[in-house]
Write a protein that binds this ligand. Structure first.
Ligand code: AMP
Ligand code: GLY
Length: 426
C-alpha cells in the first residue's frame, strides 16, 4: 500500500523508519520530512495546513493510508477532511482532538467521568481568575486553554508568578490560545508519559516512557519540547499501567464515543504518579516527541497493521510485542534553544556515530545542503541507544553523541538519570 506520513520532526523520522520496515508499505511519502526522513521515505513539499492540497496529492499518488504526526493538523480537522474524501487516515477527528486542543474540554470531561486529575476552574477573564489564585494560594498551575506549542503552562511557585501568568495570557501573550485559562491544583509525584492506541471503542496500552522537559542537566532551566527520553519507565509497573487504563484511558474513550466523537489514534496521557495513584496532567492527541523515538526502537511488531486496526475499529483482539531492552534518546539542540537559535550550521560525524553498536539516529530538524547535513530547527537530532539496561542504553547514546562534530549544538548529559539511579539501587 501507499502511505503518506505528515510531519517533519524526530517523531516522524522514527515513525517513518518503523513503517518503512513493514512489508505492507510499498511506497512511503512524507510531507514535508527532513534530511533523515528522506532516507526512509520520499519527501514531498506539501503545506499540511492546506487540506485540499493534501487530498489532491493523495488522489494523484493513490495513497491508501495517511498517518498524521503533529497536533495542529489533527486539531484543524485533517482526518475528518481526508476521510470525507474517501482516504483512510490515522488520528482523531477534530472533535476528539479537543483532548489536546482545549485543556478546559479535557478537564470538564474528566470531572464528568470521575477521571483522576488536578482540581481546577476555567476562566474567561483576568479578574475572577486572579481572585481564584488568591483564594487557592501557591504553588498553583496556570494554563492557556488552547494549543500554545508547549508554552501555555506556568507552574507558579508564588502568588505573584501566578498573577503575572494570568495577566500574560489574558494580555494576549499566547494569542488566541489564551482566550480562556484553566487554573489548577499543583500535583506532587513523578511524571510519566503513557501511550495507548485507540480505535474508537477500545484501547491497548503501548510501552511507557519518561521524558526530560527542562533544558539543562539536573532538570533545571526553562521547559522545552523534550530534551531526551527513555523507555520503559520503571514507575509504570503492570499495576500502574492497569490502573491508568481502567481509571483514565478507557473512561475517556467511552466518554468520547458517547459524545459521538469516537477517539481513534494514539492517546498520549501525561501522568503524575501521586501517592494516590496515577492522575492525568494533560492529554495529547498524537505520539510524543521524543518518546516515540524510544518506543519505535522497542517495538517488535509491525506498526502499520496496528495503525490500520486503530483506524478500522479492530483493536479488540490485537496484540503488540515489544523488545525487553531499554532504549534512550538524547536530543541534540541548536545553542540558544528553547530561545533564539541560528539555523544552517554544518553537522559532521553522523556516519561514525550511527556505525556504533545498538545506535540509531533520528533527525528532528535537519536539511541536506550541498552534500552536507545542516541544522534546520531548535531540536535537531535524536541520538538513540539500546541496551539491556537504561544505563547501557545511555552509555551507547552518549558514545554516539561524542562522535558527532557540531560546535553549534548542545545536549543534556544526564538523560535517564532517575532510571539509572533506580537501577543502581536495585
Ligand atoms: P503540560 O504542557 O500540561 O504537560 O505541562 C507542562 C509541565 O508542567 C508538565 O510536564 C508538568 O511538569 C507541569 N504541570 C502541569 N500541570 C501540573 C500540575 N497540575 N501539577 C504539577 N505540575 C504540573
Ligand atoms: N514530549 C512531550 C510531547 O511530545 O509533548
Amino acid at each position: 500500500m501507499n502511505i503518506l506520513l505528515l510531519g517533519a520532526g524526530g517523531r516522524e523520522h522514527a515513525l517513518a523508519w518503523k513503517m518503512a520496515a513493514s512489508p505492507l508499505a510499498d511506497k512511503l511519502y512524507c510531507a514535508s520530512g527532513n534530511a533523515g526522513i528522506a532516507r526512509e521515505a520520499e519527501c514531498v513539499a506539501l503545506d499540511i495546513a492546506d487540506h485540499a492540497a493534501v487530498i489532491a496529492f493523495c488522489k494523484k499518488q493513490k495513497i491508501d493510508f495517511v498517518v498524521v504526526g503533529p497536533e495542529a493538523p489533527l486539531c484543524a480537522g485533517i482526518v475528518d477532511d481526508l476521510e470525507a474524501a474517501g482516504i483512510k487516515a490515522f488520528g482523531p477527528g477534530k472533535k476528539a482532538a479537543q483532548l489536546e486542543g482545549s485543556k478546559g474540554f479535557t478537564k470538564d470531561l474528566c470531572k464528568a467521568n470521575n477521571i483522576p486529575t488536578a482540581a481546577y476552574e476555567r476562566f474567561k477573564s483576568a479578574a475572577p481568575a486572579k481572585d481564584y489564585v488568591r483564594k487557592m494560594g501557591a504553588p498553583i498551575v496556570v494554563k492557556a486553554d488552547g494549543l500554545a506549542a508547549g508554552k501555555g503552562v506556568v507552574v507558579a511557585e508564588t502568588l505573584d508568578e501566578a498573577l503575572a501568568a494570568v495577566d500574560m495570557i489574558f494580555g494576549g501573550g499566547l494569542g488566541s490560545a489564551g482566550n480562556e485559562v484553566v487554573i489548577e491544583e499543583f500535583m506532587r509525584g513523578e511524571e510519566a508519559s503513557f501511550f495507548a492506541l485507540c480505535d474508537g471503542t477500545t484501547a491497548i496500552a503501548l510501552a511507557s516512557a519518561q521524558d526530560h522537559k527542562r533544558v539543562f542537566d539536573g532538570d533545571k532551566g526553562p521547559n522545552t519540547g523534550g530534551m531526551g527520553a527513555y523507555s520503559p519507565a520503571a514507575i509504570m509497573t503492570p499495576e500502574m499501567t492497569k490502573r491508568t487504563m481502567d481509571e483514565i484511558v478507557l473512561p475517556t474513550v467511552r466518554a468520547l464515543a458517547a459524545m459521538g466523537a469516537p477517539y481513534k489514534g494514539v492517546l498520549f496521557a501525561g501522568l503524575m504518579i501521586t501517592a494516590q495513584g496515577p492522575k492525568l496532567i494533560e492529554y495529547n492527541a498524537r505520539f510524543g516527541d521524543p518518546e516515540t523515538q524510544v518506543l519505535m526502537l522497542r517495538l517488535m511488531s509491525d506498526l502499520v497493521p496496528a495503525l490500520i486496526a486503530a483506524r478500522d475499529g479492530q483493536l479488540k483482539n490485537f496484540d503488540l510485542r515489544w523488545y525487553p531492552d531499554a532504549a534512550l534518546t538524547v536530543v541534540m539542540a541548536a545553542k540558544g534553544y528553547p530561545g533564539d537559535y541560528a539555523k544552517g550550521s554544518v553537522i559532521e560525524g553522523l556516519d561514525d556515530a550511527v556505525a556504533l553498536e545498538d545506535v540509531e539516529i533520528f533527525h528532528a530538524g535537519t536539511k541536506a545542503e550541498g552534500g552536507k547535513i545542516v541544522a534546520n530547527g531548535g531540536r535537531v537530532l535524536n541520538v538513540c541507544g539500546r541496551g539491556k539496561t537504561v544505563a547501557q542504553a545511555q552509555a551507547r547514546a552518549y558514545a554516539a553523541v561524542d562522535k558527532i562534530r557540531w560546535p553549534d549544538g548542545f545536549c543534556r548529559r544526564d538523560i535517564g538519570w532517575q532510571a539509572i539511579k533506580r537501577e543502581q539501587n536495585g
